[in-house]
Each structure stands twice: as structure tokens, then as C-alpha cells.
Design a protein around this ligand. Structure first.
Ligand code: NAD
Ligand code: TYD
Length: 351
């Protein structure tokens, strides 16, 4: 039985990866290491938390000694590292947390893996670092990010992720740590914290609040349904080549304003409102500082080499996402009220 440490498993993407691995690989023991910051929510994993091959460990990756101890006591065979501070706007108002978690936290995990695996046979272990397309910087109106595109991060978030990517590669080249990396475009779907564009807009439309669009809404993002990211992570973890990087993206570019107009039409339909009602909530606000104009990923490597492809068209994924948020009112209310932060104390500490 292999033991896999998934960091950040209580977050948005991490919870989908934990769920996929728990159900698809009953022979793996999955350790979900998460510090439960504002973005960590154990309610995301309610459906699988009692599975015999799942264990939650509340720990902070900033604490190197704790991370080392976890590696020792659990005999970790593989790491899928998602824990991070992930919101660009927060990195602008509060950069240091990004430096500590995204850079120091990643190095702590690398050091612990290196120490624990020093006598392991080759190909027996794997350290998979999950990263973002934002490390490549900002595109003009044309072009795509390839795995070979030079790094040019422009926000404290993307600079901290770029730094962690470099360190992961450095541990491969210098110490022979068996790493693999992927850089993915913007994700959307169930369990995303409602500070990010799509869930924030769904929540605001539902409550008839303004939808804040930064600048003129002309910025472009390449959107991918979160379960399609999780399926790429599964493939790369199992079949990706050690030392390699894979770009993951949906071939699905949308200007923010057009995406929000589509979302408004879906919301009007689902809420049985007059067509055009939600669009009236669109409000242009001051632009984000250093706002990257366009991200777009060339994902041909993971498609050709590992046979990955997204399962959903964007309109289907967005509709599914809206339906999920509308039918999981309790989840959303618990997040917006802060009640979700009591779940660990109530469900775990009393056991
Ligand atoms: P998220 O913010 O929803 O979740 C992050 C998780 O990490 C939370 O559960 C949080 O509690 C945990 N965490 C934060 N600091 C920690 C610490 N010091 N110790 C332990 N746990 C800690 O993030 P997400 O959107 O699910 O992103 C997950 C990963 O995927 C990140 O590495 C991010 O850079 C990357 N990524 C995200 C996107 C996206 O669109 N969301 C796209 C590409 C890559
Ligand atoms: P976001 O979901 O924060 O992801 P990222 O910055 O990592 O791409 O933002 C997606 C896009 O939406 C980005 O161009 C910023 C924009 N945006 C708004 O216009 N209004 C908002 O309230 C938010 C949160 C984002």
C-alpha cells in the first residue's frame, strides 16, 4: 500500500484531487495535510472523510520540523503539493504570507522528501508540484504559453509560485529528487472559494449585489473545469516523466466581460428571472494593480504524450457549476458567514 501526501487537500482543487484519489485508488493511503487557512474547508470533503484510506492532518508547511516529522511517521511514498496562498488580490495587499507558504513551505516539503527518500531506489518515489500558468507572465493578443516559455511573473502570487517551481527543479537537478511539475490555467467548479471571479459573481447575482469587473473587463483567461485538472493531475502523477513539466489548459479563452455576460444569462435562466436582469448588476471598478492582460496555455504536450483531454465544454461546465452553487446553499452560507471554520473543532477535535 502506497502512502500519498496531498497538501492543500481542504482547498478548492486539492479537495477534488483527494476525492478522485480516494475513490479511484482504494489501495493508496491518502494523507491530507492542510493548515485550514481561510481557504481550507473540511466541509469540501464531507462525503469521503470517513473512508478507511483517508486521514486528515492539520499542519502548517511553514513549520519545517513538523513537516519532517510527518514524513517520518507516515512513510510517505509520494507527494502531490497543492497547498498555497492562491489569490492574486490578497498577494497584493499581503505579500508575506505568499512568500512563507509558497516558497518556504515548498522548500520544507522538498527537504523532508529528500531526507526521507535518500536511500530509496530510483522511480519508487515522486514529488509532484502543482503550479500555475501565471508564472509565465502576461501575453499580448496572440501567442500561447509553452513549457519552454521564459518565466516572467508579475504579481507577488505568481512570483512566489515561480520561485517554488525553480526550487523544485533545483532539487531535481542538484539532489536527484524525483520531481514532476504542471502549470495549469484558471480553474472553476464546485467548492471554489467565493473570492475568485466565477463563484463571487454567482453569489453576488444570487443576492442581487453588484458584480465587480476590474478595469474594462478585457482581460483574458483560459478556463478549465476543476475535475479536468484533477484528471490531468492523476495522469501526470502516475505517468509523467520525472523532471518534466506539463502545461494544462482548456483551449478556452474568455474575456472577463464576455464570460460574465454568459454567466448572467445562465443565472437568469436558473433563477427564472427576466433575461437581462443579472447583466444590470455588472459594475466596472478600479483595475487590479499590475493586472495581467492575457493567459493562454498550449497543452499539446500533456494531450499528446499522456492522452489527456478536458471532458466538458465551457458552457456545460459553467452551467454545472451554477447548478452546484445554487443547490449547495448551506456550503455557500457557511463559507460567507465563517461558520465553516468551526467544522474542524466540532468534527475532529471532539473525536
Ligand atoms: P485554495 O486557496 O483553494 O487552497 C489552498 C489550500 O492550501 C487551502 O486548503 C489552505 O488551507 C492550504 N494552505 C495554505 N497555506 C498553508 C500552509 N501554510 N500549510 C498548510 N496548508 C496551507 O487554492 P486552489 O485554488 O485549490 O489552488 C491549489 C494549488 O493549485 C495552488 O498551488 C495554486 O497555485 C495552484 N493552481 C490554482 C489554480 C486556480 O485556478 N485555482 C490554477 C492553477 C494552479
Ligand atoms: P481570479 O479569479 O482572481 O483569478 P486570477 O487572477 O488568478 O486569474 O480573476 C480572474 C479574472 O477576473 C482576472 O482577470 C481578474 C478578474 N476579476 C474581476 O474582474 N473582478 C473580480 O472581482 C475578481 C475576483 C477578478
Amino acid at each position: 500500500m502506497k502512502t500519498i501526501l496531498i497538501t492543500g487537500g481542504a482547498g478548492f482543487i486539492g479537495s477534488h484531487v483527494v476525492r478522485l484519489f480516494i475513490s479511484k485508488y482504494p489501495k493508496y493511503k491518502i494523507i491530507n495535510l492542510d493548515n485550514l487557512t481561510y481557504a481550507g474547508n473540511l466541509e469540501n470533503l464531507r462525503d469521503i472523510e470517513k473512508m478507511p484510506n483517508y486521514e486528515f492532518v492539520k499542519a502548517d508547511i511553514i513549520e519545517g520540523v513538523t513537516v519532517m516529522e510527518i514524513f517520518k511517521s507516515y512513510h510517505i511514498d509520494g507527494v502531490i503539493h497543492l497547498a498555497a496562498e492562491s489569490h492574486v488580490d490578497r498577494s497584493i495587499s499581503s505579500p508575506m504570507e505568499f512568500i512563507y507558504t509558497n516558497i518556504i513551505g515548498t522548500v520544507n516539503l522538498l527537504n523532508a522528501a529528500r531526507a526521507a527518500w535518500k536511500d530509496s531506489p530510483e522511480n519508487d518515489k515522486r514529488f509532484y508540484h502543482i503550479s500555475t500558468d501565471e508564472v509565465y507572465g502576461s501575453l499580448g493578443e496572440t501567442g500561447l504559453f509553452h513549457e519552454t516559455t521564459a518565466y516572467d511573473p508579475r504579481s507577488p502570487y505568481s512570483a512566489s509560485k515561480a520561485s517554488s517551481d525553480h526550487l523544485v527543479r533545483a532539487y531535481f537537478h542538484t539532489f536527484g529528487l524525483p520531481v514532476v511539475l504542471s502549470n495549469c490555467s484558471n480553474n472553476y467548479g464546485p467548492f471554489q472559494f467565493p473570492e475568485k471571479l466565477i463563484p463571487l459573481s454567482i453569489n453576488n447575482i444570487k443576492h442581487n449585489n453588484p458584480i465587480p469587473i476590474y478595469g474594462k473587463g478585457e482581460n483574458v483567461r483560459d478556463w478549465l473545469y476543476v475535475e479536468d485538472h484533477a484528471s490531468a493531475i492523476d495522469l501526470i502523477y502516475h505517468r509523467g516523466i520525472t523532471g518534466e513539466t506539463y502545461n494544462i489548459g482548456g483551449n478556452n479563452e474568455w474575456q472577463n466581460i464576455n464570460l460574465i455576460r454568459l454567466l448572467c444569462r445562465i443565472m437568469d435562466k436558473k433563477l427564472e428571472r427576466e433575461p437581462g436582469t443579472s447583466e444590470r448588476l455588472i459594475t466596472f471598478v478600479k483595475d487590479r494593480a499590475g493586472h495581467d492582460l492575457r493567459y493562454a496555455i498550449d497543452s499539446s504536450k500533456v494531450r499528446k504524450e499522456l492522452g489527456w483531454k478536458p471532458s466538458l465544454k465551457f458552457e456545460e461546465g459553467l452551467e454545472k457549476t451554477v447548478e452546484w452553487y445554487l443547490s449547495n446553499e448551506e456550503w455557500l452560507t457557511n463559507v460567507t458567514s465563517g461558520a465553516y471554520q468551526k467544522y474542524y473543532d466540532e468534527q475532529y477535535l471532539k473525536r
